[in-house]
Structures are given as C-alpha cells and as structure tokens.
Design a protein around this ligand. Sequence first.
Ligand SMILES: Cc1cc2nc3c(=O)[nH]c(=O)nc-3n(C[C@H](O)[C@H](O)[C@H](O)COP(=O)(O)OP(=O)(O)OC[C@H]3O[C@@H](n4cnc5c(N)ncnc54)[C@H](O)[C@@H]3O)c2cc1C
Length: 378
Amino acid sequence: MYLSLVATYDVIIIGGGLAGLTAAIHLRKEHHSILLLEKETYPHHKVCGEYLSNEVVPYLGYLGIELPTNIDINTLEFSTRKGRSLQISLPLGAKGISRYTLDNCLYKRAVSLGVDYVCCSAESIDFKDDLFTVRNNLDQEFKATFVIGGFGKRSNLDKTLRREFISKKSPWLAVKAHYQWNQFPDNLVGLHSFEGGYGGLSKTETGTVNFCYLVTYKSFQEKQNISVFNDLVVAQNPYLATFLREASMEFEKPLSIAQISFEAKDPVEDHIIMCGDSAGLIHPLSGNGMAMAIHSAKIASELIHEYFIKGRTDRIELEKTYALQWQRTFGKRIRTGRRLQKLLMSPVIAEMLFSLAVLSPGILRSIIKKTHGKPIEV
Ligand SMILES: Cc1cc2nc3c(=O)[nH]c(=O)nc-3n(C[C@H](O)[C@H](O)[C@H](O)COP(=O)(O)OP(=O)(O)OC[C@H]3O[C@@H](n4cnc5c(N)ncnc54)[C@H](O)[C@@H]3O)c2cc1C
C-alpha cells in the first residue's frame, strides 16, 4: 500500500546532483511545485575532477548561487607517461570547487526556495493518462505532470527503464581523493597520463588538491588495490610520482566508482526528460560534464516552464524540441571528447600530439574549445 504525500506536483526530479538541483531551483524560481528525490543525504563527496567550467558561472548567479571558492583556474598542465610536460592558458577557465560544497550549496538554495525534498531511492516511474506516478523505497507514491531524470551515469532506474547501455559492460573505473600538497598552484589544472588511464589535479575551495583518475579495468585488475596501483602504475608518470610521494591524503580512503559508461543514451525516455549524465556522459578529460549537467537542466526547465505558461501545449512537441536542442548543444562536444580520449590512450599518438602541441599550443587550445560551450547567456 503506497502513501501519497501530495496529490500532484508540476515536476518530480529524480536525482539531486547538479542537473537535478539546477532544474529544481530554476523551476521553483518560476513558482512551479517541485519534488526532489535524492538517495544520499547532503553534503557528500562524489567522484569528480571538481573543475567547474566558467561557462555556467553567470547562470548559477542568475539562480542565486554565489560560488564559495577563490580558486580560479586559467592554466592547463599536460604530461605524457614519459613525463614530457607543457602548460597552456585555457580559453575560458574554471572554478576549483569540491562537489561536497557545490552540491550542498545548490541543495540549500533549492530547499530555501520551497522545493520539497525526500531522501529516498526512486524505484519506479509510470506514465499513464498524461500523468507520472513515481514510487520510492519508503513505500511512498507521488504524482506529477513531468518527471526529470537527473539520476546520473548509472542508476537502478536505468535497469527499470531497460535502457540499452546498462546491459553492456563498461571498461572504465574512477578513483578520487583530496590531498594536502602545498606546492600546487591555485590557477592550475593538471592532466597527467599513465598506462591505461589519466588523472586530473586541481585545487578545491579548502586549499586541498583533488586527485581524480579514470582507468581501464584491464590496467587496474592485475594490481587489485588502489595503493599498489598508485605505486606501480600511476607513479610511472614522473609528475604523479612526485605528487604521490609528497602529498598526504585527507580522506580515510579514496572513493571509487565502477562501470562508467560513455555509451550514447536518449535524452528523452518513456516521456522522462533526461538531464546531465542521465542523458549522456562526456569523457572527463574535457572537464565539461558538470557544465553540461547544469546547462541541460536549464534547457529542460525553460521548455517545461513554457509548456505551463502557454497552457499545456503539445508534450510530444516539447520532447522533440528538448532532444533536438540537447543534440545541437552537446552532441559535438561528446564526439570530440570521445575521439580525444581514444587518441590519448595510445602512448604513441599521445607523444605525437604532445610534440605537435609544443610546436603549436593553439591546436590544443582549439581542441579544448571544441569540448566546451560558450558562457551561457542569462
Ligand atoms: C572520473 C570523473 C571525473 C570527472 N571530472 C569532471 C570535472 O573535473 N569537471 C566536470 O565538469 N565534470 C567532470 N566529470 C563529470 C561530472 O562529474 C558529471 O558530468 C556530473 O556530475 C553530472 O551531474 P548529474 O547531476 O547528471 O549526475 P550526478 O552528480 O551523478 O547526480 C546524480 C544523482 O542521482 C542520485 N540518484 C541516482 N539514482 C537515484 C534514484 N533511483 N533515486 C534517487 N536518487 C538517485 C545519485 O545519488 C546522485 O546524487 C567527471 C566524471 C568522472 C567520471
């Protein structure tokens, strides 16, 4: 027997990461009734490079979010497995901010605006007679005109919805922790390759250095645990060897996630408007996933708001428009990220690209531009 808390919301948002929280704030600012379902309590750490592209900063300002960080990143340092390194200035730059702080900041803003929040896992979503019914693990049932899927790269709901990517094994896993390392400059983001993967280094608002890496199972599985893998593989890159030797980890143990899939997904599934990683994940080396999550939530929120104020026009038309705008805005970035990742995973090609970038840093800058958007206008 399910207990229905509120008869009908305008929008139920499943997943309170950056996409879900952004949509919650945007739509609540427009006075719609919003229910947010998130399975974790706030604040919490997440596996992420914590490099937030400046393209979303004006829009976050519009949502009433002042980012609590003084870390302004404007330079990329890149190194190959052999330790050849170069620095280039970034076209747009970024803020260094932990997900612990960023997500919590958006969560507080959402709740202060009157977004209803239930800490629970959404278990099923049904669409019938133009209305959604969502059930959770607390035996509660909620109804809404729209459901936004902001449940990230991999969720129980992907299985429930029988999404194609979930049945395929993914070769990627990721590891992250915060470290004390005084000599790391505030304005730098590092991207350092090693066998089977690459790691990003950048400062967070607390002054700690976030080290987050992505690696294939194939490379990782022979070593079995993170500490041995760091010593034997990650530290083959001389820059990372110095970092691991000199820095002290702040976490009790690193966080890790497995089965990270970069397969294509549909931005609309069973009438659910997917935002952020639920709609598609860009390779992390681009440092653009968070901006895309926030931007996709803006696109979805504007269309849903328009639907309500225009007096319930065509739902199918809204879904088509969202899917089209999603592809136009993010399709090229995702494809460029995929190609770039492939090239960098080959040691020979990575060394060749490096030599090219030394001769002409403009090439690297223009590739970076292709994986990012322009600052979002508000
Ligand atoms: C290794 C790595 C490094 C990265 N580094 C960067 C970087 O430096 N810069 C950058 O811009 N991007 C980076 N990204 C990408 C970025 O982390 C994501 O694109 C971003 O977090 C997407 O936000 P989201 O809201 O879509 O998903 P998430 O932030 O993952 O949020 C999804 C939420 O849904 C919740 N959820 C899931 N299922 C349910 C359910 N059934 N019921 C209720 N809640 C549910 C989860 O608990 C979670 O809180 C990186 C990604 C990886 C893998």
